[in-house]
Design a protein around this ligand. Structure first.
Ligand code: CU
Length: 325
């Protein structure tokens, strides 16, 4: 059983191959039979159609053989799947909460993160809940996908096999920013994990560890805007001008912002200082037409150098671009 959990992803792939194999076999048999009948019974060779009725043996064969084949698919899949539903003794519990449009992971000692960190080679039980609508907790690399349903607790057991960083996605359409509901799982050796778990090192340490020991990883969103995706900015501020909870980044190109500050309407220029302050204390001045205090305080989620990077990124890509034109 332990071995089966460790090889879960491989076993799921084997089931998939088995099903594809049988489907391909059936396709082949049906196509060959069809071509044979077209040739053998065409109008030239067989001008008068003959009526064949009641062949018990034939009927039994075409009922029993497909049913038996489909049943082998069922029992094979079931035997693999049930491993992920069998909680081994000593499995670590991680509560997974899905909400529009982010993930929240709570560990047994009360630690809370938005990125998942796991020790390699240790069984983990995910207790999956939703805070609002239907979501689905999907880690393609682990071959698991389990629904997060409001008012219900679902679960799934895994055992990460390799050190590395893998995508976590939402696999159930859950509204406007469903397609951005991504995060990552970082799998690290046990001693590194517990150093983090006990507060001796921080998230960044584990991420760097994975980067150094897994031959690097590809970020799920690469290119210019990676940081805006990684920090969740784009969940409320669109890159293309479409309206969302916060103003689109394209609005920066106006060069000024109409804001409400302590109840007073003001027009202020958009510069480095304005952008930085909007990120650090979003409640200070709110762009007209948007609600106050929707934006979470990011002070402990963004490091100083990241703040500078984000401000630079927005200046170069949205503010300056428009000045050039
Ligand atoms: Cu979702």
């Amino acid at each position: 059983m332990e071995q089966a959990l460790r090889n879960y992803a491989q076993n799921v792939d084997n089931v998939m191959l088995y099903i594809i194999g049988i489907s391909f076999l059936l396709l082949l048999v049906i196509t060959i039979a069809m071509v044979y009948f077209v040739i053998r019974y065409n109008r030239k060779k067989n001008p008068v159609a003959s009526q064949i009725e009641g062949n018990k043996i034939l009927e039994i064969i075409w009922i029993v053989v497909p049913v038996a084949l489909v049943l082998t698919m069922f029992f094979y899949s079931e035997s693999v799947y049930k491993v992920a539903r069998n909680v081994p003794k000593g499995a670590m519990n991680v509560n997974v909460e899905a909400k529009m449009w982010q993930w929240k992971f709570t560990y047994e000692n009360g630690k809370v993160t938005d990125t998942l960190f796991l020790p390699v080679g240790k069984p983990v039980k995910f207790n999956i809940v939703s805070a609002d609508v239907n979501h689905s907790f999907y880690i393609p690399a682990f071959r698991i996908k389990e629904d997060a349903i409001p008012g219900r607790e679902n679960y799934m057991v895994i055992e990460p096999k390799d050190v590395g960083a893998f995508d976590i996605a939402c696999a159930e359409y859950c509204g406007l920013n469903h397609s951005l509901m991504y995060t990552k799982v970082f799998v690290v050796p046990e001693n590194e994990f517990f150093a983090w778990y006990n507060g001796e090192v921080d998230n960044t340490y584990l991420q760097k560890f994975v980067l150094a020991h897994s031959g690097g990883y590809k970020d799920y969103i690469t290119g210019n805007y990676a940081l805006l995706f990684a920090k969740g900015c784009v969940q409320c501020h669109s890159l293309d001008g479409s309206k969302n909870y916060g103003p689109s980044f394209t609005e920066l190109s106006r060069g000024y912002a109409k804001i409400r500050s302590n109840g007073k309407l003001e027009t202020i220029p958009i510069d480095r200082d304005y952008i930085a302050r909007s990120i650090i204390s979003p409640g200070e001045h709110v762009v007209v037409g948007y609600e106050k205090a929707k934006m979470p305080l990011l002070t402990n989620r963004i490091r100083d150098e990241e703040l500078t990077q984000i401000v630079d990124l927005l200046l170069t890509n949205f503010v300056k671009k428009s000045n050039e034109n």
